[in-house]
Design a protein. Structure first.
Length: 131
């Protein structure tokens, strides 16, 4: 049976393939069912992230704007727009976000690394290690 909208089928296929690929790194990732005007991105299982995916041949500012809008609806601080080049595999797809979001993520990673250092040091001291 033929789907009424072939572009939607192509997009849904990319969402499924992307989620399958990404879940090999983060097992909680799953494809989210669309919710129309109340859509909160195409991917679930990523805390603090909204991901919007499009099977397209080029970057679209509309896709990034949609990801940002859906992040506001989902109440997540970070968002990204992923797009797949035609005739390229999913691991060559591109993820885009605003520089401000990217820098917030970098800051968060840095804070986590600093906290990890402090926890390792505290654990070492609890085990009787030298400073």
């Amino acid at each position: 049976r033929r789907m009424a909208n072939p572009n939607k089928a192509k997009g849904s296929g990319f969402e499924i393939i992307w989620c399958n690929y990404a879940s090999t790194f983060v097992p909680s990732i799953e494809r989210r069912v669309t919710r129309g005007m109340n859509d909160c991105g195409d991917v679930s299982g990523l805390r603090d992230w909204t991901i919007e995916l499009k099977a397209t041949n080029s970057f679209s500012l509309t896709g990034l704007t949609e990801a940002e809008r859906e992040a506001n609806q989902a109440n997540t601080p970070w968002y990204a727009y992923g797009w797949k080049w035609a005739r390229h595999s999913v691991h060559k797809s591109v993820m885009s976000t605003h520089t401000s979001v990217f820098c917030e993520v970098l800051e968060h990673i840095n804070d986590l690394e600093e906290e990890n250092k402090k926890l390792r040091f505290a654990l070492k001291m609890m085990k009787g290690g030298a400073a």
